[in-house]
Design a protein around this ligand. Sequence first.
Ligand code: C2E
Ligand code: MG
Ligand code: MG
Length: 599
Amino acid sequence: MTTILTFFLLLSSSAMAAYLAWKSRSGKRISGAHEAYRLATEMGDEGFYVARPVKSGTDEIIDWTYIDCNEQGAAFLGLQKHDLIGKNFSSFYPAISLKNVLEICACAAREGYYEDEYEEISGSPLKVRWVRRQFAASKEGLAISLKNISGIKEYALEMSRLVNEDAVTALPNRKWLAEFLSKALQDKTNKMAVLFIDLDDFKNINDALGHAIGDLLLRSAAMRLKSVIGMNDRVVRLGGDEFVVILTKLANHGEARRMAELVNEILRFPLELVKGKKSITTSIGISLFPSDGTDMDMLLKSAEIAMYSAKKNGKAHYRFYTQTLYESLKSRLNLEQDLSDAIDKDQFVLFYEPRMHVATGKLCGMEALVRWIHPERGLVQPLEFIPLAESTGLIVKLGELIIDKAFKQVVLWKNSGLPVLPISINISAYQFNMGNISRTFFEAFDKYKISPELIEIELTESAMLGDQTSIIKELSNIRSLGVKLLIDDFGTGYSSLSQLQRFKMDTLKVDRAFLSELDRTSEGEVFVKAIISMAHALGMNVVAEGVETKAQLEILRSLSCDEVQGYYLARPMQADAMAQFLAHSDSPMDAIPGIVSHI
Ligand code: C2E
Ligand code: MG
Ligand code: MG
């Protein structure tokens, strides 16, 4: 007896079960083992039982009787050992679970061994939620052991919840979505819609009100989204301000459209935040299963493309994915890649457009205008790539390249003995706000050692809409380098002369849109006259852009416009052509032999 006890004490419960199974399979059933095991486990946390079958008149097993157990085994049923022994399973298990237990016992008796993990269902007599059950056939009937694994199971469930749940909103996350869709997408007859929802301007709210308020807003938005979806639908937070609603069992597109409208409407209704209320709009892209994609990546990508298109077209609305959206995004991305490569390979060249002093008719400066020498497309005009360079941020790098080229050109002309005149360089709004312009120019002056009067900067009014204090500081940094500031395209933006005075701009360039009206309507002349006289009153120099006719030039002369540029004088040209103008810059432009004859 002692040897058997020691032997069983050394065995773990699963080793014990395996051993019992092996014994059973080899046909040598254990006798008295239950006694040893009960003793061995009396102090442990496993329940142990020995059960004998109860048979009907036809020798069919209809129930089982507990003939032995340890204290823990009885405790699992909320009893003392002596209360359990001698009782049948049927006196504890309700009909539904009894059927299941009897089937398992029959299987164990037949096969010799059975093991599973079991979650207590309501009505089960067990006082624990999760157990590992092991049944082994023995001489008397069955040796059963139960181990409480509720702690491990709950931990595993909690871990899986954490892995599948977004921490801020408690919504399911991308990982959960991947699992959900991998199952849901197997049924191609189940039409579905993916709504890719992006909160408009969330970044601004987050930056202005702080992350805690941002999180609150995300939680409120999540609750609202949950409140509008149907029983078969799901809402997921992908991350940031991006949510996804999955509509399953879709009858038609209209349902997706209605949901998108509803989402926009419920989020527009002010959300309660700590410091007041905030209403938000959303941009939504919709893709449909199976037509727009058959796996999660494709469906999400298609919906995201549609969302970006909605955002680009003024936000606060939804858009269904179409192949055309994909094509245009692809060509935009290709162009973006091309542009980025072009910057790395330096496929750019500067053209120069002469500026003429009206009173003397002499060349007084020039504007540097960039061109892209595309290996396949040839010469590409700036309006085809500057906006893209701006929206992608590539303008900062491209801008530095342009600045470097202009400075280098001054040095080249100087070295070849030409009298160089000021070159104005265009700096676009994004470039001005993102790049450290004064520093870039400082470094260029340091590198090329040229006189500051030879460089000017053209800025548009839109560059000066940001934080006024930092703009004034940056402009004064530029001015302290000795560089003049020109306001470009004046008249197309806010046209605030007082702002120009505050920013201490040196020169005003009247946009060419005004020039086309100049020699056609009397209002055209009135406008230009007003701009010139006000700019003069504020001490600014005036340049008229886009002069195309002699008549325009004469009117501008009569209005005391200081300088002009435009196709009437000359079109933008390459550096070597410009060198000819520079070589004769002490004569009026119309007297330069063989160059300009029509002024
Ligand atoms: P902008 O700075 O206003 O430059 C003047 C534009 O008007 C130039 O177009 C010039 O070729 C055109 N132009 C000049 N005279 C006439 C005329 O008499 N009639 C007509 N119809 N057009 C005239 P371009 O070179 O195509 O440049 C367009 C815009 O692209 C520029 O407008 C500027 O905003 C931007 N840009 C050009 N080069 C650069 C650059 O190096 N950096 C940045 N950031 N922007 C640039
Ligand atoms: Mg310009
Ligand atoms: Mg301009």
